[in-house]
Design a protein around this ligand. Structure first.
Ligand code: NAP
Length: 270
């Protein structure tokens, strides 16, 4: 964790789950922290908690709907106005939607594309130029194990995460020679509010995921520690949990027609 000593980090989706956990784990090391999400009151509560424990930490909160291009630009303009130079960007905000593609609400599908793909790409694009000037910087993109497998009933979500992993891998190669590390964190199931948000009324309760794959479940603390360790070690991608990591490694060498059959067969439980 010494790697993060004195960093100034921007964490999207810090109002709950993995985002709040990133803030808690980085707080003893960071110099500055910008917490971003729509639920400002939750951010302020977390900021208060962190300030009480870590008196030297400069924590700021910024309420923004990251699906909105103007609000993303507003955030970066505010950083410039405040003279805040980010050297660790954590693109964590994201959402899922579980159920048949055709019965999903378009608004929600669009939100997934806007937040999981467009906001992550746009914020990275806006911040990389100043990060390049700082000499050493890092980007951590929260992807998912779903990025490796096109999941029925989560078709759009898994496609958005396939984008995140691919984008992160390519950017890691582009930026490494210029002092910026890029890492994709690819968790399996983690108990957070993600599943409440992704469960549609009248559809399967997504907490079934935990029963379907108990051995793959990791806590938010474990997922975040694995992500931060991977950044410090300059790894382009990390899958938290040794069993899940090993299973994905095996699955990726199995011919895809077999994987397709397994996924189609498991379609009602994933
Ligand atoms: N939990 C899992 O099993 C799991 C597995 C693999 C990957 N992931 C990924 O992990 C990341 C964090 O998810 P989580 O599990 O911590 O879920 P979570 O508790 O639901 O957190 C999602 C965060 O994203 C923020 N967010 C959503 N839409 C936003 C918007 N339009 N503008 C700004 N912020 C927005 C939410 O804040 P507001 O609602 O306050 O805006 C919240 O802070 C996501 O990218 C998710 O895809 C989760």
């Amino acid at each position: 964790m010494k790697f993060f000593e004195g960093c100034t980090t921007l964490i999207t989706g810090a109002s709950s789950g993995l985002g709040a956990e990133f803030a808690r784990q980085l707080a003893p090391y960071a110099r500055g922290m910008i917490l971003v999400a729509r639920r400002r009151e939750r951010l302020d509560e977390l900021a208060g908690e962190l300030r009480r424990i870590h008196s030297g930490l400069d924590v700021r909160t910024y309420g923004a709907d990251l699906s909105d291009e103007g609000q993303r630009e507003g955030l970066v303009a505010w950083l410039e106005k405040e003279g805040i130079a980010i050297d660790f960007l954590i693109n964590n905000a994201g959402l899922g939607d579980h159920g048949k593609f055709e019965s999903g609400e378009w608004r929600r599908v669009k939100s997934m594309l806007d937040v999981n793909i467009v906001a992550l790409t746009h914020l990275t694009h806006l911040l990389i130029p100043s990060m390049l000037k700082s000499g050493r910087a890092a980007v951590l993109n929260v992807s998912s194990v779903a990025s490796f497998f096109p999941l029925p009933n989560m078709a759009v979500y898994s496609a958005t995460k396939a984008y995140v992993t691919s984008f992160s891998e390519a950017l890691a190669m582009e930026l490494k020679p210029r002092g910026i590390t890029v890492t994709a964190l690819c968790p399996g199931p983690v108990p957070t509010e993600f599943f409440d948000t992704a469960t549609r009324e009248s559809e399967l309760d997504m907490s079934d995921h935990f029963e379907a794959f108990p051995a793959f479940v990791v806590t938010p603390q474990e997922a975040v520690t694995a992500g931060l360790r991977a950044v410090a070690l300059d790894r382009a991608r990390v899958i938290p949990g040794p069993l899940l990591a090993a299973s994905v490694a095996v699955a990726l060498v199995i011919p895809f027609f077999i994987i397709r059959r397994i996924l189609a067969w498991k379609a009602d439980t994933i």
